[in-house]
Ligand binder design. Structure first.
Ligand code: TMP
Length: 239
């Protein structure tokens, strides 16, 4: 296999044969570069003729995009962190049932900007609900679907917040979740790192303070290697 791209191991025809699709989520704090990296990975995989779906949370469905506006615009803030957690969960369930699972069942590669780990970190830290209630909400929201790979783009919040502000441009203020204190952003980073340590088989930790090209190459390698392994397993199982 080409150590940089992993392409030789895949071969275009074989890559198209992913029986159960591939679900890749991207997580990280504000300004960690998730959207840029998702775009780059999608372009790379599409060039190989693969069926790629790019989506995001909250959002990804018409109802989910409405919920996104309500949540990020701050309209739900006065309802309380518990209600916000329920809205994230409702949008997620709709997203899983009507977009993500059907795409995976068709053998597609789903690249999703944020998923359940965002709730674990953001609403978990906000003490939106007691842990067992958040867990119950998560079970309802994901309907049994876990990501195959979660890329955690890890960034020092001092840098991430600067990047997020530069991206917003002049005139636009931070959204409902960006506007928290620096300490909250630091706590979120640490909470993400703890999740990655707890689930090393699912998480891939990517230091995000490096050149965009280097990160993109590493992510492509991780995803292609995972796909190659999945196909080999499928073949071994006679699939
Ligand atoms: P983003 O699309 O720019 O990352 O903005 C989404 C914001 O919503 C971000 O601040 C994280 C927050 N969020 C949660 O608090 N919980 C969640 O479950 C999700 C998906 C996002």
């Amino acid at each position: 296999m080409d150590a940089v791209t992993g392409k030789d191991a895949m071969g275009q025809g074989r890559a198209a044969n992913l029986a159960s699709g591939l679900f890749v989520t991207f997580e990280g704090g504000e300004g960690s570069g998730k959207s840029t990296q998702i775009k780059r990975l999608a372009q790379d995989l599409v060039q190989d003729g693969l069926n790629v779906i790019v989506t995001r949370e909250p959002g990804g469905t018409p109802a989910g995009e409405l919920v996104r506006e309500v949540l990020l615009g701050g309209a739900a803030e006065s309802l309380g962190a518990d209600m916000e957690a329920m809205l994230f969960a409702a949008a997620r369930r709709d997203h899983v049932v009507s977009v993500i699972r059907p795409a995976l069942q068709a053998g597609g590669i789903v690249l999703c900007d944020r998923f359940l780990d965002s709730t674990r970190v953001y609403q978990g830290l906000a003490n939106a609900l007691p842990q067992q209630d958040l867990k119950a909400l998560e079970t309802l929201a994901i309907d049994g679907l876990m990501p195959d790979i979660t890329i955690l783009l890890d960034i020092d919040p001092h840098l991430g917040l600067k990047r997020a502000a530069a991206r917003r441009g002049q005139g636009d203020g931070p959204d409902r979740f960006e506007k928290e204190t620096l300490q909250t952003h630091i706590d979120r980073r640490n909470a993400y790192l703890a999740l990655a340590v707890a689930e090393p088989d699912r998480f891939v930790l990517m230091p995000a303070n490096r050149p965009e090209d280097v990160i993109a190459e590493e992510i492509a390698l991780v995803v292609r290697t995972h796909m190659a392994a999945q196909i080999l397993r499928q073949e071994a199982d006679g699939g």
